[in-house]
Write a protein that binds this ligand. Structure first.
Ligand code: GCU
Length: 332
C-alpha cells in the first residue's frame, strides 16, 4: 500500500513537472537550425558548440541540430527564433539586415581592408555587445560569430573581370538590401533568393552568377554548375549564432555562462578548421569539378561602390560604426 502511494506521488510529480515544462516551454533541449550541409565546417563547429554545452552542463542542457535548411530558409529560421519555435540558429549577418539595420555594415562591399581588420571588429566587446543585444526587443540575441570567409563572384560560364562584363549579369544575392545595392553599383542585376535555391537557379539559367566563399562550390555543389570563380573579395560577412531572447533569459545564470562560453569556444574551434577546409575545397573545385579560379583587379570594383560608402558614412544609423572601421582607430 505504502509502495503504491509513493509510486502515485512520484508519477504525480513527474506529470506536474512535465506540465510546467509544457507551459513555460522549458524543455532542456535546445533546437538549433542552420542551412549548411553536414560536411560544411560550420556544421562541425555547431556540433562542437552542442558538445561543449552538454559537457559543461553535465547533460542538463542538450542541443539538437537541424541542418541542411530542414527548418526553412535563413529568413524563416530567424522568424522561428523570434517566436521561440527554434531556440538557436546560425544565420548570415546579411540575412539579419532585414531585421536589424545595424547588421547591414557587414554587407557593405570592401568595408574591411582584410580579414585581420574584420577580426579586430568582431573581437571588440563594445561593438559586439551593442550588436548582440540590439535585437533583444525583437525576440533574439547574438551569442557569437563565425568566420564565413571572403565572398567572391562566380558565374556559370564566363570570366568577369571588368565592369563591362558585369553589365546586365543576373547575380543572386542574399536577402540584404545592401547586397542588392552592391550588385546594382557594379552594373549587374541583383536577384535576392534563399541559399537553398541557388543551385537550381544557376543550372536553369534563372541567374548567371552568384557570390559566396569557396565552400559553396563543394559543400553545396555549386561548382558542378558554375565554372568561373573570380577573386573579387567584395564582402567579409560573418555567420551569426542567435538565440531566442526569452529562452536565454529563462536559463539559470550558470547556464547562461555555459551557453556563452560554448559559443565563443566554438568560434575558436571554427577558426581552427576554416582555412584548411577552404584550401581543401579549392583543390577539389579545381581538380574534380573543373572550376577555373581567376584573379581580378579589385580596384575597379572598389571604385564603383564608393557612392555606397559615402551613404554609409553620412547615414545617422551607420556612420559611427563606419567611422570606427574606416578611421583606423581600432586596435587589437
Ligand atoms: C554563406 C553563409 C550562409 C549563407 C550563404 C548565402 O555560405 O555562411 O549562412 O546562407 O552564404 O549566401 O546565403
Amino acid at each position: 500500500m505504502k509502495k503504491n502511494i509513493i509510486l502515485l506521488l512520484a508519477m504525480f510529480t513527474m506529470i506536474m513537472l512535465a506540465g510546467c515544462q509544457a507551459i513555460t516551454g522549458e524543455s532542456r533541449e535546445l533546437k538549433l537550425a542552420h542551412n549548411q550541409s553536414l560536411d560544411h565546417p560550420i556544421h562541425l563547429s555547431l556540433v562542437e558548440f552542442g558538445r561543449l554545452v552538454e559537457e559543461k552542463s553535465n547533460n542538463e542542457l542538450t542541443v539538437k541540430i537541424y541542418a541542411n535548411g530542414q527548418l526553412g530558409s535563413e529568413r524563416e529560421v530567424i522568424e522561428l527564433t523570434q517566436t521561440g519555435a527554434v531556440d538557436v540558429a546560425k544565420v548570415s549577418a546579411s540575412a539579419l539586415e532585414g531585421f536589424e539595420s545595424d547588421y547591414s555594415i557587414f554587407s557593405l562591399p570592401y568595408v574591411f581592408e582584410d580579414y585581420e581588420e574584420f577580426e579586430i571588429v568582431m573581437n571588440n566587446d563594445e561593438i559586439t555587445d551593442q550588436l548582440y543585444y540590439q535585437t533583444e526587443n525583437i525576440g533574439f540575441i547574438g551569442l557569437t560569430y563565425y568566420n564565413a570567409g571572403t565572398r567572391h563572384l562566380y558565374t556559370k560560364d564566363k570570366e568577369v573581370t571588368s565592369l563591362e562584363e558585369m553589365r546586365g549579369l543576373k547575380v543572386r544575392v542574399q536577402p540584404s538590401q545592401t547586397s542588392v545595392r552592391m550588385v546594382e553599383a557594379l552594373g549587374g542585376i541583383p536577384t535576392p533568393m534563399a541559399y537553398g535555391e541557388v543551385y537550381t537557379a544557376l543550372q536553369s539559367g534563372v541567374i548567371d552568377a552568384a557570390e559566396n566563399n569557396e565552400t559553396a562550390l563543394v559543400g553545396n555543389n555549386h561548382g558542378e554548375v558554375a565554372k568561373y570563380y573570380m577573386y573579387t573579395g567584395h564582402q567579409i560577412v560573418p555567420d551569426m549564432l542567435i538565440m531566442n531572447a526569452e529562452r536565454f533569459e529563462h536559463l539559470t545564470d550558470e547556464e547562461k555562462e555555459i551557453v556563452k562560453e560554448a559559443a565563443v569556444e566554438s568560434t575558436m574551434y571554427h577558426e581552427g578548421i576554416w582555412t584548411e577546409t577552404i584550401e581543401e575545397f579549392t583543390v577539389i573545385a579545381k581538380e574534380r569539378m573543373g572550376v577555373e579560379f581567376v584573379d581580378v583587379d579589385k580596384s575597379i570594383f572598389i571604385e564603383a561602390v564608393q557612392p555606397l560608402h559615402k551613404e554609409y558614412a553620412a547615414n545617422e544609423k551607420t556612420r559611427d560604426i563606419y567611422q570606427l572601421i574606416k578611421g583606423g582607430t581600432l586596435s587589437e
